[in-house]
Design a protein around this ligand. Structure first.
Ligand code: NAD
Length: 495
């Protein structure tokens, strides 16, 4: 029995501009496929530059014309909290809508994506009146201070892997800081955020303050990035696209940009790590969650030789137990790959890895699980050296490479990646070793004896090196949506 009937889901389709859903003319629309079964389930309007211009100009007019930026911050916070409540209450609608068009199993969307989206909005709401600027140390007849102000219209571009959550981080932080937003979601998962926007308006976010334009990255995304009224860009996606956006921000501004990019994160395991069975669950979960389509996926297992064979066997057992299936199949444990093209890309890297001398011990591309959806079974690749393509390239699928080491120094050397530095996991019972590794690992996040984020939104997330610039979440995410005005008052003269 299905958790929901994918053909019975009402899918809002269109742009969202000035508080209204704008359906596109049929000749400007493109079929969007359900990843679970390859079925075309809705049509996506593809914005051209003129529509992006209309959305951004409208957002600017709303930002200037409504009191969103000027109203007392606690009132802004109240609206955002109301929005979060509406999102939470809407889970029976939002979760299937998220699941039908993405790789998020409906069970997970209900238990995690929707509540996590709502809690993220609440977290940012709480910052609305917490970040106001400082008083500077000046001579006593001067008052020097900084005043935090919103940028105006923030442009946000998001990837397909967690559509609601990724959008909520960008939009929540920008709105809490008093900005308007124009969001371009991924063309592969464009619809669930429309429901988010409808709920924002219901909660009291003024029309025009949160807008969505749909379309191709190189057309709509590029037009958004270049638009002169976009005062700041925030992006999550691949490193190559992030670099293109940064270049465009330099040429068409310059304007500041936050980039959350790709990763190739190590899970470094020492042979004193306790509880091998639990550990195997953590290691396997870090690369099979969302079928490995997670920016911080722990895709490189680097394990000390003493426990390598036992740990790899326990991980392989967990891999083999996965059951691929549609996002609406309550018994499935492994969701689909987002598209056929992406599944073939994963397979091509695995094939190259094998040609380069490594051994692929399980898994692989799997057809006919459900319609023409693409599924990739969890795959272990052993015997890889540091130059193997499966070690170097972000695969974005459930593929785990295994490398072994003798000494701490060797383990840390293997954990370093030449380009990426998004996240890393360290597993050891030795606190000194754990902290030495934490210092040595060049990554934006280090998890010790766990892998993956908690519900503590206060911990910022972001990458080192080619994994990004700036932070989402935390106080830092709100600060990144504010600019500081410096003020100096001379009150030394007689009044
Ligand atoms: P992508 O870079 O292909 O696309 C991301 C977004 O950028 C999409 O909305 C796309 O339409 C748009 N885009 C594409 N070209 C553009 C251009 N020239 N100008 C403006 N916009 C453009 O990424 P994806 O395949 O959707 O997502 C997977 C990638 O995202 C992986 O690399 C993953 O690691 C990364 N990611 C990173 C984080 C993080 O927090 N660091 C989180 C999730 C995903």
């Amino acid at each position: 029995m299905s958790a929901f009937d994918p053909d019975q889901i009402h899918v809002p389709a269109g742009h969202f501009i000035q508080g209204r859903l704008i359906p596109a003319p049929a000749d400007q629309a493109q079929d969007v496929l359900r990843p679970s079964d390859g079925h075309a389930y809705a049509s996506l309007p593809m914005a051209q530059a003129d529509l992006v211009d209309e959305a951004v100009e409208g957002a600017y007019t709303a930002w200037r014309g409504t009191d969103w930026a000027r109203r007392p911050p606690r009132e802004r916070a109240r609206v955002l909290r109301r929005w979060a409540d509406l999102v939470e209450a809407d889970a029976p609608t939002l979760a299937p809508l998220e699941a039908v068009g993405s790789t998020r199993p409906v069970r997970d969307a209900l238990a995690w994506d929707v509540p996590f989206t709502a809690d993220g909005l609440r977290f940012f709401a709480e910052y609305a009146d917490k970040l106001g600027g400082d008083v500077a140390a000046t001579r006593t007849d001067h008052l020097g201070m900084t005043v935090a102000e919103p940028y105006g219209v923030v442009g946000a571009i998001t990837p397909w892997n967690f559509p609601l959550v990724m959008a909520s981080w960008k939009v929540g932080a920008a709105l809490a800081a008093g900005n308007a937003v124009v969001l371009k979601p991924s063309e592969l998962t464009p619809f669930s955020v429309l429901r988010l926007a409808e709920l924002a308006v219901q909660a009291g976010v003024p029309a025009g303050i949160f807008n969505i334009v749909q379309g191709d990255g190189r057309v709509a995304g590029a037009a958004l990035t270049r638009h002169p009224r976009i005062a700041k860009m925030t992006f999550t996606g691949s490193t190559a696209t992030g670099a293109a956006i940064m270049a465009a921000c330099a040429q068409h501004g310059p304007k500041p940009v936050t980039l959350e990019l790709g990763g190739k994160s190590p899970q470094l395991v020492f042979d004193d790590a306790p509880d091998l069975e639990r550990l195997a669950g953590v290691i396997a979960g870090a690369i099979t969650g969302n079928a490995g389509q997670v920016c911080v996926a722990g895709s490189r297992l680097i394990v000390q030789k003493g426990i390598a064979a036992a740990l790899v066997a326990a991980v392989a057992k967990r891999f083999a137990a996965h059951r691929p299936g549609a996002t609406w199949d309550p018994d499935a444990t492994l969701p689909p790959i987002i598209s056929r093209a992406q599944a073939l890309r994963i397979d091509a890297i695995v094939q190259r890895a094998v040609q380069a001398g490594s051994v692929s011990t399980s898994g692989g591309l799997r057809g006919n699980v459900c319609g023409t959806g693409s599924y990739y079974l969890p795959t272990l690749i052993e015997g890889v050296d540091a130059g193997n393509p499966a070690v170097l390239e972000e695969i974005f699928g459930p593929v785990l490479t295994v490398q072994t080491f003798d000494t701490e120094e060797e383990g840390l050397a293997l954990a370093a990646h030449p380009h990426y530095g998004l996240a890393a996991g360290v597993h050891t019972a030795n606190i000194n070793r754990a902290l030495r590794a934490m210092r040595a690992l060049s990554a934006g996040t280090v998890w010790i004896n766990r892998y993956g984020r908690s519900n503590d939104f206060v911990i910022p997330t972001g990458g080192y090196h080619q994994s990004g610039i700036g932070k989402d979440l935390g106080r830092q995410a709100v600060e990144a949506n504010q600019r500081l005005k410096s003020v100096l008052i001379d009150f030394g003269m007689p009044g």
